[in-house]
Design a binder for this molecule. Structure first.
Ligand SMILES: Nc1ncnc2c1ncn2[C@@H]1O[C@H](COP(=O)(O)OP(=O)(O)OP(=O)(O)O)[C@@H](O)[C@H]1O
Ligand SMILES: [Mg+2]
Length: 532
């Protein structure tokens, strides 16, 4: 063995002969073991063992009061602790060795000692102990990892089960929600009385919130991989903010958009990213309820060096205390009272962002608001084609006059059709309603329409079949169909709609959004519908 200083190890020497003790101490100190304690009274062994907590015990076998074997028994070293006892003995009888071994000794040294042999045994035993401890540490961290993963798995299992149960309920809520949102919107437009308007606003905000909960649950339950297209992040941000604009304005929240020009195109699911922005803005809005300054700043940037597109959402709310920052992304973690938060928003955001290969983090100092940072990697090889806009292609929010048009609304839900009809009639259009695809085809043969807005899921002739017939029999209308879809759109239907290039709106829809999309389609440079 070399003269290198061994790792600091504590060694306890128990021998009734002071000469032996001194000799061993010298060997040990010379070899660099400085943390050594010793006793010549075996009755002190237990107390020393407990206070000193040695890594190795050198133990004489033949001692008065307590012999070595008795000492080992008193120490009662637990079996799962590798604490080596090296027995020092002049008694070389087989019987003595067997007794020591049976009591738990790990090795023997015969007196008189050979220095090299003593040090070699000591080193080997300490090395073994060190390896044992490392292994033990490793095992523990593995156990901990397994435990954490199991918990994660159970959480996601719980989420999946709960999610699919709730998804069914949530889905059923979408139609009544669409009616509620639509009717309140229409009411707000005509009501003059300020107090009534305020009531309408409250109903509207509550309905929006329900819609958001439903969307979150459905998204979690489905946990679909993103449906990727080329997209422009700024557009997603603008649309999401527009969706919440009314709620924010009525609550005196200032929205600052600081969107960088010429951001590279991303490859992602616009609907999912839209949800991320909506959830983060909703959180910021909720957090600022008690703040005097209420401002949300959404900034996009291109990080050229790291080839990432960044989105930052900052608010002037109270911020997030450091001790809960690590928890806010966990599903069901919420600080909101029951009925005000499900705790799913951020976990959903994180899921979506990570599915896109991105990261989401939060920075928040006490009282200084919260800033959520999102980063997306750029797509590796640029996929071909133009950016695909989110539902409802980007349109300007101010609707230039377009003149009265004839619109056919097709939906088997009478109340939904009613809301749509009224919303469009108020813009001066002439609207007729068909309760199904079959009736729609009848009406289409009777007069000319400039646009058809149709549900996709209807008994009998559904939206897909209706589109097929329209394309065949009224080709001029082919480019003038807007679909309304439920939230659970099977992939085939979605692919079909995407192939048609027709815009589609998801229920529950926002009335203003419906108007924008309709307007945009009507404003297209198409030949006006021939009158039949
Ligand atoms: N901008 C913010 N400022 C302060 N706290 C925030 C902010 N965003 C999130 N939080 C904290 O993180 C928690 C979790 O947010 P998350 O969006 O996951 O759930 P929630 O908003 O409570 O409920 P849900 O979104 O399901 O309605 C919130 O309850 C809140 O304590
Ligand atoms: Mg939330």
């Amino acid at each position: 063995m070399g003269d290198r200083a061994p790792a600091p190890s504590r060694i306890l020497v128990i021998d009734d002969e002071p000469g032996n003790v001194r000799l061993l101490e010298r060997f040990l100190t010379d070899a660099g073991y400085h943390d050594v304690q010793s006793t010549t009274d075996p009755r002190q062994a237990l107390a020393l063992y407990q206070t000193f907590q040695p890594d190795l015990i050198l133990l004489d076998l033949m001692m008065p009061y307590l012999d070595g074997v008795a000492v080992i028994q008193t120490l009662a070293i637990p079996e799962n602790v590798y604490l080596p006892v090296l027995v020092l003995t002049a008694d070389v009888t087989l019987e003595a060795r067997q007794r020591a071994l049976a009591a738990g000794a790990k090795d023997f040294l015969t007196k008189p000692f050979d220095r090299l042999e003593v040090l070699l045994r000591i080193k080997n035993l300490l090395d073994t102990r060190r390896l044992y401890l490392e292994l033990d540490r490793h095992n523990r961290s593995l156990e901990q990892t397994v435990e954490e993963r199991t918990q994660q798995f159970l959480r996601s299992e719980k989420l999946a089960t709960m999610g699919s149960l709730l998804a069914g309920v949530a889905h059923e809520l979408n139609n009544p929600l669409a009616v509620l949102m639509g009717q309140t919107h229409l009411m707000r437009e005509v009501v003059q009385d300020g107090a009534l308007r305020a009531r309408a606003d409250q109903i509207s905000a509550a309905a929006e919130r329900c819609a958001r909960i439903v969307r979150n649950f459905l998204a979690l339950a489905r946990q679909q991989p993103p449906e990727r297209h080329r997209l422009v992040l700024n557009e997603v941000v603008r649309e999401a903010v527009e969706l919440l604009a009314y709620e924010l304005r009525t609550d005196n929240v200032e929205v600052v958009l600081d969107l960088a020009e010429g951001l590279p195109i991303l490859w992602g699911d616009a609907h999912q990213l839209h949800q991320v922005v909506v959830n983060l803005v909703a959180n910021a809005h909720q957090a600022m309820r008690g703040s005097t300054v209420r401002r949300i700043r959404l900034a996009t940037r291109f990080d050229r060096e790291r080839t990432r597109v960044r989105l930052e959402i900052a608010d002037t709310g109270p911020g997030i205390p450091p001790d809960i920052q690590a928890k806010i992304f966990e599903p069901f973690f919420t600080t909101k009272p029951p009925g005000h938060g499900t705790g799913l928003g951020l976990s959903l955001c994180q899921g979506i962002v990570e599915e896109h290969g991105g990261t989401i983090t939060v920075v928040s100092g006490a009282g200084a608001g919260a800033v959520f940072h999102i980063e997306f990697p750029l797509p590796a090889p640029a996929p071909p084609g133009p950016p695909t806009p989110a539902a409802g292609a980007p349109v300007s929010s101010a609707l230039p006059p377009i003149g009265a048009k004839a619109i056919l609304v097709v939906d088997d839900e009478v109340e939904i059709a009613g809301v749509l009809a009224e919303a469009l009639e108020r813009l001066g259009h002439h609207v007729e309603v068909a309760s199904g695809g079959g009736r729609a085809l009848e009406l289409l043969t009777q007069r000319a329409y400039d646009l058809v807005i149709s549900d996709t899921k209807m008994p009998g002739v559904d939206g897909v079949a209706l589109y097929g017939e329209i394309a065949r029999r009224f080709p001029v209308l082919r480019e003038r169909v807007v679909f309304l879809t439920g939230d659970v759109l099977d992939p085939e239907k979605r692919a079909f709609i995407e192939r048609t290039g027709a815009p589609f709106l998801t229920k529950p829809f926002d009335v203003q959004e419906v108007r924008r999309v309709v307007h945009q389609v009507l404003a297209r440079d198409a030949p006006s519908a021939p009158r039949q």
